[in-house]
Write a protein that binds this ligand. Structure first.
Ligand SMILES: Cc1cc2nc3c(=O)[nH]c(=O)nc-3n(C[C@H](O)[C@H](O)[C@H](O)COP(=O)(O)OP(=O)(O)OC[C@H]3O[C@@H](n4cnc5c(N)ncnc54)[C@H](O)[C@@H]3O)c2cc1C
Length: 379
């Protein structure tokens, strides 16, 4: 046996799995990137520990969200949610903006486990690197939304949304706010964001689902419009320059129904472990990675079965994921026209938004969902 555990893909999920595997376990993390987490394909926000207690009330120990200062470059205090006509809904919300690549690298390095970087793996009933089959008792499939392991095992996929992001220098808005924008012209079927990292640097991006777009439009045009001419955002970016560009996909679906197949354990985006209405997968990947590490370690020493992982992550993460998906499905119906978004949002107060962003479902939202088939005829 080459290894006890191979962690295939070292993003957030892989790094937190490695960190929670004891050092005497013979484990290796493999990633195609030479520098883990880089380039950063992420907005890099994580709710503070205080907020995570509200978001994940069934988690016993929230200490994983005591993010060290070395990884957090900014702390924001509110969301400003901007509707297509410019109306703003402001919600107090405590968030940390990370240097996500630094966090992944340091967490993986400090795990003490072997890291094999700059190597693309394949899967053929085991992990294959440079044509060589590597044997292991357990494989952690933490290889992201486009998981090659999932595909090669013939496991069905899930809905993803394309996203494109610029890192910009010269942002001139409020660095204590995270801006979220909706509207067909800039973020068809999704939302656009400005996430300040401090000192004028900001992650500026759009989620964009082609089926919601106007004919001839695309994600590239939408992001440029958002940056250069969208009346509600471009003012704050008029002197900003683009420092980096990325394109990636984010799962916007429920998590997979089963996440352990024989000796393969799916963690993070590979299993669609996201809070889909906001596209948040960092905190869920951190928690799932921790649970995976602990369960696998118990499995190797004969204390528990490996299937225990499937039960334990669901206990703490499934409810907020389901609530997020409930809102996302409502959003799918609203986002077809800006007029419809505006009509629905006449009913939404700051208090409602505060709950929705925290993956809670106020009674009003549940009632609206039930009446949507009728409301849609008028909206
Ligand atoms: C534009 C964008 C913005 C986002 N913003 C936020 C945000 O602000 N907050 C938030 O919570 N979530 C956000 N998300 C979601 C979040 O980034 C992910 O849910 C989270 O990072 C998932 O981590 P992961 O480790 O599962 O996957 P990944 O981070 O994708 O890691 C997978 C790793 O596997 C490696 N890999 C894949 N295939 C192979 C292979 N064949 N061989 C070798 N290596 C391989 C990759 O190189 C990568 O390092 C965003 C997503 C996108 C796309």
């Amino acid at each position: 046996m080459d290894y006890d555990v191979i962690v295939a893909g070292v993003g957030v999920a892989g790094a937190f799995t490695l960190m929670n595997l004891p050092r005497d376990v013979n484990a290796a993390g493999i990633d195609k990137r030479h520098v883990l987490g880089y380039p950063v394909e992420c907005g890099e926000i994580v709710p503070s520990k205080k907020e995570m207690k509200i978001l994940l009330p069934d988690l016993n120990d929230h200490s994983i969200f005591e993010i060290p200062e070395e990884f957090a470059v900014n702390r924001t205090r509110r969301f400003v949610f901007v509707l297509p006509d410019g109306r703003e809904i402001e919600v107090d919300f405590d968030m940390l903006v990370l240097n996500r690549d630094t966090m992944i690298q340091k967490i993986a390095e400090r795990s003490g486990h072997e890291l094999i970087l700059g190597k693309r793996f394949d899967y053929d009933d085991c992990i294959v690197v440079d044509g060589k089959k590597l044997s292991s008792r357990v494989i952690v499939a933490s290889d992201g939304a486009n998981s090659v392991i999932r595909r090669k095992m013939g496991i069905g996929g899930f809905e993803v949304s394309p996203a494109k992001q610029y890192v910009m220098d010269g942002f001139e808005g409020d660095e204590k706010a995270i801006y979220m924008y909706v509207g067909k012209r800039i973020s068809a079927g999704g939302y656009a964001w400005i996430i300040p990292k401090g000192n004028g640097i900001a992650n500026v991006g759009v989620g964009f689902r082609q089926e919601y777009a106007e004919k001839g439009d695309n994600i590239h045009k939408a992001l440029d419009r958002f940056v250069k001419s969208w009346i509600h955002s471009s003012e704050m970016l008029r002197n900003a320059t683009i420092r980096g560009k990325i394109g990636a996909v984010v799962p916007v679906d429920l998590p997979m129904k089963k996440t352990v197949y024989r000796n393969v354990v799916f963690v993070g985006d590979s299993a669609s472990m996201v809070i889909s209405h906001v596209g948040a997968g960092i905190p869920t990947s951190m928690v799932a990675g921790k649970i995976a590490g602990k369960v696998i370690s118990g499995y190797l020493s004969g204390e528990n079965g490996i299937d225990e992982y499937d039960r334990l992550w669901r206990e703490v993460l499934l409810k907020p994921m389901e609530n997020g998906y409930f809102v996302k499905r409502m959003w799918d119906e609203m986002a077809v026209r800006d007029e419809r978004i505006l009509r629905y949002f006449r009913l939404v107060t700051e208090k409602d938004m505060s709950a929705i962003l925290r993956a809670r479902l106020p009674l009003k939202v549940r009632i609206a969902r039930a009446f949507m088939p009728v409301l849609n005829m008028f909206f």
